[in-house]
Design a protein around this ligand. Structure first.
Ligand code: ADP
Ligand code: MG
Length: 240
């Protein structure tokens, strides 16, 4: 579904991504781990062109999206993104938060958008919150709504950037549960997280990034059980 070749990104003199190669298959859950500042967020943001790569190529569903002729907005509709900060619209109800983009961007009729929103609210276990406002929800609930909102565009892949890092510990599980449900439903997912339990249980493949490169990748049992590179060992010793 996604092929990344030689992806580079620099901010001025700061070379953040130094040539990333990665393939993500349909239905695969790829978990990206690595120290703070290693370029994980920049990598995700390049995947949906929130950052313009400085070099290399990204092919998504057979289309080279790094080609400037491509319609970035069309492409973004097929990639849902969930951030550490939930970024819900505070002045809109939960229902309106979820239906806004399908209605305004895709022209889905309101009734249809609301039916779909109710299905998604059920999926994230918040069907009773349609008329609430973001300020009335806990952090975990807000993040589950952010996931539902991203899903409302019917994306082909979901990108998660540390979706539980801003949550109180007791709310982490409910968000990870929603992500597990999505994964078992066959959603293609790229997840940056420090939740190693989730990575081990749900990830089909773990990618360890450090210093703007992929240092090592493999199946969870390989990478966690038998890391090969000293930097991977060092990182895992700190987080496990
Ligand atoms: P991670 O998500 O792994 O913590 P990031 O991708 O956020 O890492 O950041 C990698 C490096 O790129 C950091 O040194 C960060 O300061 C830098 N960086 C990220 N975004 C920008 C930006 N918009 N402008 C300048 N530097 C940036
Ligand atoms: Mg980050």
């Amino acid at each position: 579904m996604i092929q990344v070749t030689g992806l580079k990104k620099a901010f001025g003199d700061l070379h953040v991504l130094k040539g990333i190669d990665m393939e993500i298959a349909k239905g695969e859950v790829v978990v990206v781990i690595g120290p703070s500042g290693s370029g994980k967020s920049t990598f995700l943001r390049c995947l949906n062109l929130l950052e313009v790569p400085s070099g290399g190529e990204i092919v998504f569903e057979g289309i080279s999206i790094t080609d400037p002729k491509q319609d970035i907005n069309k492409l973004r509709q097929k990639m849902g993104m969930v951030f550490q900060q939930f970024n819900l619209f505070p002045h809109l109800s939960i229902m309106d938060n979820i239906t806004l983009a399908p209605r305004k961007v895709k022209g889905v009729p309101q009734a249809e958008a609301e039916t779909e929103a109710r299905r998604l609210l059920k999926l994230v276990g918040l069907e009773d919150k349609a008329s609430s406002f973001p300020g009335q929800l806990s952090g975990g609930q807000k993040q589950r709504i952010a996931i539902a909102r991203a899903l409302a565009m019917n994306p082909d892949v979901m990108l998660f950037d540390e979706p539980t890092s801003a949550l109180d510990p007791e709310m982490v599980g409910e968000v990870l549960d929603v992500m597990k449900r999505l994964a078992s439903g066959g959603m293609t997912m790229v997840v940056v997280t420090h939740e190693m339990g989730f990575a081990r249980e749900v990830g089909n493949r773990i990618v360890f990034m450090d210093g703007g490169v992929v240092v090592e990748e493999g199946k969870p049992q390989e990478l966690f059980g038998n890391p090969k590179h000293p930097r991977t060992k060092d990182f895992l010793a700190k987080v496990l």
